[in-house]
Design a protein around this ligand. Sequence first.
Ligand SMILES: [Zn+2]
Length: 492
Amino acid sequence: MDEARKDVPEWTADQVEKALSNGDSHKLIDVREKDEYREGHLPGAISVPRGFLDMQVEEVVPDKSTQLILYCAGGTRSLLAGRTLREMGYGDVVSMSGGYGGWKGSGHEWVKDFQFTPEQLKRYDRHFLLPEVGEAGQAKLLQSKVLLIGAGGLGSPAAYYLAAAGVGTIGLVDDDVVDMSNLQRQIIHNNDRVGMSKVQSARETINTLNPDINVVGYETRVTSDNIMDIIKDYDVVVDGCDNFPTRYLVNDAAVLSGIPNVYASIFRFEGQVSVFGAPDGPCYRCLYPEPPPPGLVPSCAEGGVLGVLPGTIGTLQATEVVKQLLGIGESLVGRLLLYDALEMRFQMIDVPKNPDCPACGTNPTLNTLIDYDQFCGTGAEAPAAEVPETTVTELKRRLDAGRAPFLLDVREPAETEIATIHAQLIPLGQLESRLEELSGHRHQEIVVHCRTGARSADAVRILQRHGFTGAINLAGGIRAWSEEIDPAVPVY
Ligand SMILES: [Zn+2]
């Protein structure tokens, strides 16, 4: 051994790590047996077991002046292998002391190659042909875990395609059973499954499609009490829920857990998709700081939904999930995709991160989950009751008569890109610091609007506190304007 050390200098794991991260021109060779290598190895290491060294090394490293860094399990085999290589004429050979065990023990990065079965090599062949996916990408998908909130309209196509693509673990949260009225769009279920739990029905469909997939079922509803525990093991969350309390809950839990949340919602002929909760990206609250008043937005069960619509939107979600898992392409982080099936129109709007966002802003105030039923207004008193109000009909009458009041919009800039009635914009979160811009209207009428009337009611209270005597809330917000006055203004 001492003889060998004379010819082959030894580097510690830290020294090797430094050389690797400097990107020096060297070759890193793992001289352990193949099965040891398969269990894990240094990133970028080439496997040449010691017994094959003299036969294979000249093929792998033809240039004998190349620096070779060798390692084995503990440091002995590589030292001896180094000596052999020196004898073969390689001029610069280094052995890592402590070997792979020492490397792992000092907390350095290691990797394990995925071993595909012959069936998997066939199944994922079309992915292997894409350099952006390839074997490494497919291995990543098979080792990924995606949690779907809801196995209904959106969850059906999303889960089905993710399973086909080989996303190895699919978690499904749904406490519902399959109903005949689901089958017009929830394609993961079928006639024979009516009455069966949706989780079980989806599991059977997925397993028939692709036995590689491990389906983890949660026959429950996500709540503030259980969601953190459920999502903690997943790489990505897919929000396919159909109600506001769950949507805010999923958003906040994803932000708190640092897990990207592929969001979508659908109604009648329209849908929207985005990716929230990514590092530096916005969240659902950045886009919609407040929920609509309870009862204002009908659910699909009340308002109907085109059967194909969730197929389109859920498949877009699955696309974003796969991109997110593989780290390829340009994701919907910071963008909201709007789809109108009747017009067959896609529209993209930017969603900036709101620095004042209570969940993901610069100084987040929301450090724990809250009561989302209460937040979304179940049982709460109508917040706009105590402030002076006007109606959209009255506003329209005055505009027509040429007696337009001063209009203030307290929504977020992204919302004005969707729909606007051309009011001056000061987002609610900035109102108190920007009151000077309104100083000319201190004792004049200011009609304040937001999306549905709740934020603008808060704005009226703020204005009143600061001595603005003529602040009035526009009841129902821009949504009421779209519905009652001008259908050309999009509802969102
Ligand atoms: Zn946010």
